[in-house]
Design a protein around this ligand. Sequence first.
Ligand SMILES: NC(=O)c1ccc[n+]([C@@H]2O[C@H](COP(=O)([O-])OP(=O)(O)OC[C@H]3O[C@@H](n4cnc5c(N)ncnc54)[C@H](OP(=O)(O)O)[C@@H]3O)[C@@H](O)[C@H]2O)c1
Length: 258
Amino acid sequence: MHHRPHPPRNADFTDKVVIVTGAGSGIGRAAARAFAHAGAHVLGVARRSQTLEETAADHPRIATHAADLRDPHVPSQVIEVATSRWGGVDVLVNNAGATKVMPLGEVTADAITDLFSLNVTAPSLLAGTALPHLRASRGTIVNISSTYGHRPLPGAAHYAASKAALEQLTRSWALELAGDGIRVNALAPGPTESQALTAAGLPETIVEQIKHDEAARIPLGRRGEPEEVATWILRLADPAATWLTGQILTIDGGLDLT
Ligand SMILES: NC(=O)c1ccc[n+]([C@@H]2O[C@H](COP(=O)([O-])OP(=O)(O)OC[C@H]3O[C@@H](n4cnc5c(N)ncnc54)[C@H](OP(=O)(O)O)[C@@H]3O)[C@@H](O)[C@H]2O)c1
């Protein structure tokens, strides 16, 4: 991998408390590591403890909590783990998310509920429970959307809709929380190397075909690397980004322009 801009040169998160969901692979793993290297205490969350431990092995300031964020009891447990350990929360990164191929003819209520419970409900419950702590720290929330949060995605419309919901939550929360000095922004990555397609249950030949087609459609000619995305999570969360709120930053090699 030749793209390793992590962490941003100026970002200083010394002793900040950062929660990164979905820290067991891909973008979340890269973000957890970059925050720790920039001085933060990081709580990484995902279901599998083994992959979380691999993330944490990179830096002693990364702690882990293995749990399923679709369980509505889990978000408050996550906030409790972070606050009892470090006394507060400065940054919440709502990164855990899943994609799902679901043509309209195959839609089921359970599949929609399952997708939205992770991509929309969990970020909401995490942000809501973290709120008193974010008020106390004048902290910040970074939601991870997708290029497809504002572009159509035929065949995976509900994934796109779940990310559109997250973008609209971002704007509304930014206004709702501005009086508390809490900044809320979103990052919308394009196709990035990660476990996401495999995790969606697609066979490896289809995954390779999708990756090839995506790279061909991206103006910069390739998919992104998790580190290239993670570095922008740190920039949005940077305490020095004092006047940035309510924004959706797309980082996708130019895909959004096509
Ligand atoms: N990669 C892309 O092309 C791309 C593009 C646009 C947006 N995004 C978004 O970026 C974010 C990160 O994606 P990624 O590509 O880095 O994905 P990834 O490699 O699949 O990582 C997803 C992470 O979330 C965790 N996770 C999944 N379901 C969970 C659950 N129910 N409870 C708790 N943790 C859960 C996974 O660990 P466990 O499986 O162990 O739980 C893993 O750590 C997602 O919101 C995704 O929609 C990705």
